[in-house]
Design a protein around this ligand. Structure first.
Ligand code: OGA
Ligand code: MN
Length: 193
């Protein structure tokens, strides 16, 4: 409560348990340790703004198989968000968004991603918006504070686009959510069948 805004109570009800935010999922100490681990990998790369046709603007990214003790512990907890028969893939996506970067509305490819997406947000707060592919007037917004975990599954993952709002549109209702650099650690499971 307080971290979700929906276009209607019915829409909120429909996505209950399918799109959710867990605030304080990662402690401050864990956030610092994760960033210490990731910073040297991310720092090497320039932010990309020129992929105008891609979903993401103003970003750099990496993927990681092996994590330090804190990363392993955090990812172990993230795995609990997945169905036991469809666990997260071992290669974890790390997305570093520039303060002026954003993620445009998209649905993760069903070729590469299964029923569940779960992401830990670090550094800057941001707003994730889900919009129904069938009925664009139906939307849900998630307020992603640093240290929070979001989970998208089922209909929230397949039938809604998701996006991270750019600085000029970064509002949660009337509340401005100033954007800085944001690092997300994103787990996905494999498509089944
Ligand atoms: C993506 C995506 C959201 C995020 O990379 O496909 O939707 O949390 N990222 O940064
Ligand atoms: Mn996505």
């Amino acid at each position: 409560p307080g971290l979700l805004r929906a276009s209607s109570p019915a829409l909120e009800q429909r996505l209950r348990g399918l799109a959710l935010v867990r605030p304080g999922f990662v402690s401050r100490g864990e956030q610092e340790e994760l960033l210490r681990e990731l910073e040297p990998l991310l720092r090497r790369r320039p932010y990309q703004f020129d992929h105008w046709d891609g979903a993401i603007c103003g970003y750099r990214e990496t993927e990681r198989w092996h994590w330090g003790a804190v990363g392993q512990a955090v990812l172990g907890r993230v795995a609990a968000a997945f169905p036991p028969e469809h666990p997260p893939q071992p290669l974890v996506h790390v997305l570093d968004l520039h303060p002026r970067g954003h993620v445009r509305p998209h649905v993760d490819s069903v070729k590469f991603c299964g029923c569940t997406i779960a992401g830990v947000s670090l550094l800057s707060p941001s707003v994730m918006r889900l919009v129904s592919c069938q009925a664009p007037g139906q939307w849900l917004e998630l307020l992603l504070e640093p240290g929070s975990l979001y989970i998208l599954r089922g209909a929230a993952r397949y039938d809604f686009t998701h996006e991270i709002l750019p600085e000029e549109a970064s509002f949660f209702g009337a509340q401005p959510v100033p954007r800085g650099r944001r690092v997300a650690i994103i787990c996905r499971n494999a498509p089944s069948g």
